[in-house]
Structures are given as structure tokens and as C-alpha cells.
Design a protein around this ligand. Sequence first.
Ligand SMILES: N[C@@H](CCC(=O)N[C@@H](CS)C(=O)NCC(=O)O)C(=O)O
Length: 281
Amino acid sequence: MEQISQHACHGGTLTYCRHVSETLGCDMRFTVYVPPHPEGEILPAVTYLAGLTCTEDNFTTKAGAYRLAAELGLMLIAPDTSPRGDDVPDDEAWDFGKGAGFYLDATESPWDRNFRMESYITGELNDLITAHFPVDRARQGIFGHSMGGHGALTLYLRHPDLYKSVSAFAPIVAPTECPWGHKAFAGYLGENRDAWAEHDACILMRRSSRAAARPTILIDQGLDDPFLEAQLKPDLFGEACFAVGQKLNMRRHKAYDHGYFFIQSFMEDHLRHHKAILRDD
Ligand SMILES: N[C@@H](CCC(=O)N[C@@H](CS)C(=O)NCC(=O)O)C(=O)O
């Protein structure tokens, strides 16, 4: 792993990193914020998954998360949204290919060689961060925005031993029922709908048997979000949670759109949500 740059930030350090990913077959970048902490202490960590067209830098520069992360003693990890580089296949559209990895492992050619973001985030990246930063592997959470909200919800539901807390801003909750999801899943997973179902937060929630034992899930959604009706459909997730007894705090906010001004407005509540669940008992 190569350290690209390191910056003092609210008493802690923000590090931009680059490494050769074996899982994705390309160079990848990510950032890690380490809050001020006593020497030798290991810390709870929350991974943020960004949305379509984003890199590791959108959250890092626009979410306004680090002042409170410093106060709460939370590590924050911001990966990229897809494999990168000239050798990685791409699509002309902004909602498929690079910048649109959808946090799953593709099975269709030519995407299956590089587009393995689920294995990358939950495996290789997690191991790399544990090796280089003071993270408590047993106290990790995940959150995200839009496509990254889909990633956070599905990786949380698919990897319960890894992630203990989850929240999302304007998530895609039912990719099997919206145009972004149809396009991505058909491209990455082919036409097998059983494979699609494995990456749909609503279906995973309805199938889950441990909902009552899980902590509350926090979701914020702006009501002036242009993607709300056609792509995001948060009510479907509300119905799925209700059906299985999952506690859900879904908040709808008048006037807020889909962007990072919305995200930074509610960031504090998300960090406090994760800290409360990841507390050191
Ligand atoms: N294709 C449009 C929309 C893309 C979009 O809204 N992406 C969201 C995630 S779904 C985002 O976070 N964009 C980057 C940003 O706001 O910093 C664009 O590039 O303007």
C-alpha cells in the first residue's frame, strides 16, 4: 500500500492511499480518517460507499464528516465506486461500468474480471485497512448514498459478521424494480433473476430471519430528490422492514435534493447512530 498524502484534520489524520488490488485487477485509491485517540487503542470504523459517478473523494471533501468523527472517535473509510484504469472495461453511460460498480461481484463477461466490488470491500480492502490502521474489526459499520446506500444495505444484510450497524442517504432499496438496477444487474449478473434477488435490499430483508435481533436502520431521504419516484422508492424498504419486524428510522425531509448538501445536513445523525451501536461495552 502506498500513502499518496496525509493531512492533519480536526486533531486526527486523513490519509489518501493507493494499492494494487488483486481482487479487482487494477490500482485502487481510498481514504481513511483516523480520529485522535490514545496510543495503542483500536477504534470502531464505518465504511462509506458513494454513489454513481463518484470516487473516494466525494465523501472525503464534501460530506463534512470529520469534525464529529474526531469527537466520537470513529474511523471513516471511503473507497472508490468501481475498478479503475485503462485495462478495465467501461461503458459510455454514467450509470454503468466505471463509477458504477454496484458493490457486487459480476458474473457476466467482460465485467466479471474486474467488477468484484463486494469481494473487494468486504475482503481485500478490509484486510488491508486492518493491517495498516488501528481498526477494531469487531466494531464496524457501513453507510452510503444512492448506489452506495444500496451497497451499504445489501453488504450489511449479506455480511452480518462484519458489519454491526448500517445507515443510508437516499438509497436505491429495490434495484430489481428500478431502471438503474435493471441495467446494472442485467449487465453484471445476466438475466438470472435469482442472482439479482441476492443483491436487492428489499428481498434480502423479507427473506431474513434475524430482523428482530438487529439494531435500528437509519435512512434519510430528501423529498426534492429528482430520483425519488423512479429509482429510489424508499417505501418499498419500509414495507419490507415492517413485514419482518425490522426496526427502521426512515426520515423524509422537505426541500432536500439528492446531493452532498443534503448528505452533510444529516451526517451528524448518521455518525451518532453508528457510534451508539458500535460502542465499546
Ligand atoms: N449523471 C449526473 C448525476 C449523477 C449523480 O447525481 N450522482 C450522485 C450519486 S447518484 C453523486 O453523488 N454525484 C456526485 C456529487 O454530487 O458529488 C451527473 O453526473 O451530474
